[in-house]
Write a protein that binds this ligand. Sequence first.
Ligand code: ATP
Ligand code: MG
Length: 294
Amino acid sequence: MADLNIPAAPAIEGAEHLHSGKVRDLYTLPSGELLMVASDRISAYDFVLDTTIPDKGEILTRMSLWWFDQLREIVDNHIVSTDVPDSVRGRAVVCERLEMFPVECVARGYLTGSGLREYDETGEVCGLALPAGLVDGSRLPGAIFTPATKAAVGDHDENVSFEAVVGEVGADVAERLRDLTLRVYTRAEELARERGIILADTKFEFGRRADGTTVLADEVLTPDSSRFWPAAEWTPGAPQPSFDKDVVRGWLTSPASGWDRTSGEAPPPLPVEVVERTRARYVEAYELLTGQTF
Ligand code: ATP
Ligand code: MG
């Protein structure tokens, strides 16, 4: 497991720290509900960077809330309220504590990343055969469900077949997860495309309420769980520019950073100008999608 360089989660009065991922800190509340806090941390090349991006946590929290609202007609979500302690106001939500399904529900409408790697080797992704001749960034004939198993923090998720999901959660649940994943992705991809953003792929997590209802959980449809590409620049056949991370990746791999990606060393701090341009990209994505000013 990689050393991710995740800082200790700040103490929040009345909440008990439960877990920290690359970007978010999770707490339990006396009510039994969860407090999910999005920090300003950013990761690149499997490292959590030492430099934070001001307002990133708030921008992505608002974006996720906006999406949950857009998707309400398709699926219920875990959000209870945005009434949270002052120290995390704006970048935290209270949510229902669910029994999570141990499946990373990935939908892809475009081919890239681990999907492309599998396709290049086998012509399939997660056991699904795809047409010949697709290249990095190709739009797929239809969205596909390419589930993955959740890895420990720092490890990469592993793509699995639909049958493996059936083995894990049973046929009924597996079919429900696939159906919801594809319906939610298809709607979201359409909404984003109308606004100039290609939602190439995304990962959802679902959980179960005590009454058996399946609920959309975690965060949804932010650049942390999804690939956002500027639609105007889409040119299949090479890696697409990423809406949010391109500035950071470009600088880290340029001579200016002095960083050798193959060294295994943590990347250096980002210059102020790179931070500012990256922050502006998150604001732009938020404003394009929601039509609201940040
Ligand atoms: P990474 O940084 O790679 O995402 P991670 O998944 O361990 O690592 P987080 O995403 O910050 O880190 O962790 C959030 C955790 O909360 C996940 O384990 C997710 O499955 C879980 N979770 C999300 N929503 C709920 C919910 N409503 N009830 C219970 N657990 C939830
Ligand atoms: Mg996670």
